[in-house]
Design a protein around this ligand. Structure first.
Ligand code: HEC
Length: 257
């Protein structure tokens, strides 16, 4: 009896200890939206791959990833991947091959000249920043005439990246309100106001960003897709193995009783 109680206390303690890092990250990132991530939704991942190819891959590499891995994991033909993502020439100026890494030809010097900073590789962005951060970031560009690109961002102030999705999202302005923190007046973000419509409605834009973020989560840890299907196979194997083991046990013990 006593050991049972001690055991449950230890289990509870371990569970709380395991949840601690989660709680820490949850409280750290204030005002982030929740990205609708479903790594098993291959349709969404394929749409995200297309969005990445259309809008991001001209600047950002994802150089831990190979094209043929995307083809395999997302169940796409090599032709589809080629059409969606593959630039005609690779970084070295040779024709791109399906087994190549997702690199870009833009050099850091060029980027620093154009954007004031190098363009980060997005291979691990979803792990470094978190899916919610990326999703919120891509929704939070607003018109700011004082910035060289004409845009600023509420989760990444003075960002060097232009708002490459503005034609889809439309244009928005950031609204601020004054709140009192004790005796101090503080300007706080009070949402956005749409000043020009984009090609997508706000709901469609959210779906678009959800797919794109989903794809980036996949790119940051592609084994997730494999691991989940592997998990089911292992469980199935164990069930079958149990069946055999049980039959064998019966066979061994049948004369003993
Ligand atoms: C015109 C070039 C360009 C395009 C196209 C572009 N970006 Fe960027 N992006 C940048 C630059 C430059 C930065 C660095 C900003 C800075 O450090 O101020 C950046 C930063 C980022 C970051 C932050 C990375 C980090 O952890 O600091 C993310 C996430 C990102 N981009 C995602 C995207 C996505 C998703 C797309 C496609 C919808 C995209 N970008 C398209 C130039 C680009």
């Amino acid at each position: 009896m006593k050991t049972a109680i001690i055991k449950s206390i230890v289990t509870l303690f371990l569970a709380v200890a395991m949840l601690m890092p989660m709680l820490a990250t949850a409280s750290g990132g204030a005002h982030l939206l929740t990205a609708p991530i479903d790594i098993n939704d291959k349709e969404s991942l394929r749409r995200g791959a297309k969005a990445f190819g259309d809008y991001c891959y001209s600047c950002h590499a994802a150089s831990f990833m190979r094209f043929n891995r995307i083809a395999k994991d997302l169940e796409m033909s090599e032709e589809d991947v080629r059409e969606m993502l593959i630039h005609t020439y690779n970084k070295k100026g040779a024709p791109t091959k399906i087994g190549d890494l997702m690199e870009v030809s833009m050099t850091d010097d060029y980027a620093i000249n154009a954007f004031g900073t190098a363009v980060p590789d997005l291979s691990l962005a979803a792990r470094a920043r978190g899916a919610d951060w990326i999703y919120t970031y891509l929704r939070s560009f607003y018109v700011d005439p004082y910035r060289p690109t004409g845009f600023n961002n509420t989760v990444f102030p003075d960002v060097g990246m232009p708002h490459v999705l503005w034609s889809l999202q439309g244009l928005q302005e950031a609204k601020y309100k004054t709140v009192m923190h004790g005796d101090v007046e503080v300007e706080e973000l009070d949402g956005f106001e749409q000043i020009q419509a984009g090609k997508l409605t706000s709901t469609e834009y959210d779906v678009f960003l959800g797919d794109l973020t989903n794809f980036m989560v996949y790119v940051a840890e592609p084994v997730q897709v494999e691991r989940r299907s592997m998990g089911w196979k292992v469980l199935l194997f164990l069930i079958v193995l149990f069946g055999f083991a049980y039959a064998l046990k019966k066979e061994y013990w049948k004369d003993v009783h």
